[in-house]
Design a protein around this ligand. Structure first.
Ligand code: MG
Length: 262
């Protein structure tokens, strides 16, 4: 994700079209991203594992895979992954916080491999979680696929955005406005911004060879978020839960191609 306010500064409408060979390279980065996210989620022991443990493991796994953790040092970010627990929305900094049964944890990671970038996020349950928390995870994951369904040649960014917003709000949740998805591939953050709210048939037209990070951030309560004093962690203003799922997707003539899968 990137800050919408930052997006407006950098938005020069320079959408980079990728060749099939370049998309293959992003796919390789995406394969490693998905693998690391899976191993991280499988490694968690509730009541024992800290978010810093996950960060250390991510560093090892990305290096073993021949890649580089793209968030490390990006705008000064101090870690390899973002770990956001419960009411933390995104950009949580790994720490000695122990993951406890009942928590939900969002893990967001960008990987550079051979000069190309992929970006993905998952939200995972820690041990047994409440039915309310599980429903939030389910709806947010589904919202991602509802958005991906719209990632078709000739449709527009607003079709992705509005489909996600409509689906989320239909389920009684809200979408974050201040942070948005983005183009990705040659850089970790490219044009265009990909909001999770908006009007159908608006925004840039989707063309073959565009690669987008689609990433609904869904709040259980109100959409407002605030940034903690660490200058990174974004939390819900009302303290209710938030979830985040993200894939890197290529626009192809055959339809959306998800690149962040193993
Ligand atoms: Mg992203």
């Amino acid at each position: 994700r990137r800050l919408a306010s930052v997006a407006s500064v950098f938005d020069r409408r320079m959408i980079i079209i990728k060749s099939p060979a370049e998309i293959e390279k992003i796919r390789a980065a995406g394969r490693l991203t998905a693998k690391v996210l899976r191993i991280l989620s499988e490694s968690i022991t509730p009541g024992v594992t800290t978010t810093a443990d996950l960060d250390a493991l991510a560093a090892i796994l990305v290096k073993e895979g021949g890649g580089r953790a793209a968030f490390k040092g990006y705008m000064g970010f101090p870690a390899h992954i973002c770990t956001s627990v419960n009411h933390q929305v995104v950009h949580g900094v790994p720490s000695n916080r122990v993951l406890m049964p009942g928590d939900i944890l969002s893990i967001d990671m960008g990987v550079e491999l051979d000069g190309y970038y992929a970006d993905a996020a998952i939200t995972v349950p820690i041990g047994e979680i409440s039915p309310e928390a599980q429903r939030l995870l389910d709806v947010t994951r589904q919202a991602l696929y509802v958005g991906i369904d719209q990632a078709q040649v000739g449709k527009r960014i607003g079709d992705i955005a509005s489909a996600i917003q409509r689906f989320v709000e239909k389920h009684g949740y809200s979408v974050v406005r201040e942070l948005v998805g983005h183009g990705v591939g040659k850089k970790i953050h490219e044009d265009p911004p990909v909001p999770n709210y908006g009007k159908p048939n608006s925004g840039p037209v989707l063309r073959e060879g565009m690669t987008l990070a689609i990433e609904p951030m869904v709040n259980q309560g109100k959409p407002q978020v605030v940034c903690l004093s660490d200058k990174w962690t974004i939390v819900t203003e009302d303290g209710k839960l938030s979830a985040h799922f993200e894939h890197t997707v290529a626009i192809t003539r055959k339809g959306p191609l998800i690149l962040t899968v193993e």
